[in-house]
Design a protein around this ligand. Sequence first.
Ligand code: ATP
Ligand code: MG
Length: 242
Amino acid sequence: MRNSELAISIKALTKFYENFQALNKISFEVKRGDFFAFLGPNGAGKTTTINVLTGLSNYQNGQVKVFGYDVTSEYLHSRRLIGLCAQESNFDPFLTIYQLLVYQAEYFGIIPWEAKRRANELLDRFGLAEKRNCKHRALSGGMKKRLLLCRALIHDPEILILDEPTSGCDLELKFLIWDYLLQLNKEGKTIFLTTHYMEEAEKLCKTIGIINNGTIVRIGDKKQILQDKSLQDVFLEITGIE
Ligand SMILES: Nc1ncnc2c1ncn2[C@@H]1O[C@H](COP(=O)(O)OP(=O)(O)OP(=O)(O)O)[C@@H](O)[C@H]1O
Ligand SMILES: [Mg+2]
């Protein structure tokens, strides 16, 4: 890896959807090994930022790097280092969930026997082994969330980017995901997640970044941010509690 210290480096990133400006010169960094929560109300620009990081969206200005690799000009390098758990499921409807995982692993250059081993291991780990021959539409909402996680992890990425990984999950699954993410972080993986649950950010992360209307409001240590009285109104907006 080219830059082992900075997992994410975003400088003056500006993104328009036609005439609408979704990101306005945002800049921030995420250190290797950090557990970073990216918070903001609906429409703040979180998913847009993730789409840029993972090469799914273009952008008009700025510089975006993952472990030192430019997400545009060095896309193949940067994308290989990211495990993406998207906000919504987007699976091939014709494949079984086992095939989905194996193909995803092979897409990242993992040899077939190892791809199959990893797929089985992850399906087992997330309680989906019995469903391995089902298509994803035959899964419940919580199971689809688990499958998204399996797919994000299949190529053993350096950074996991998770867009609201526990929304719609029951308590048991939420705790399973939390435990797993904490364990991965302990093992040295960098984690970047978005959430509307302050409890989730408080329990899991080390650093918090807040975005609102496409502008970075604050980045800092979790404790300092959560204790900052001037941010209470933004927190209410993020959680949706009146
Ligand atoms: N494909 C698109 N075309 C046009 N506008 C878009 C598109 N995707 C997002 N936007 C707009 O960009 C803004 C930021 O959206 P984004 O999805 O990044 O928000 P978010 O912070 O992820 O919100 P949420 O918490 O609801 O998931 C919103 O105003 C949204 O309507
Ligand atoms: Mg979003």
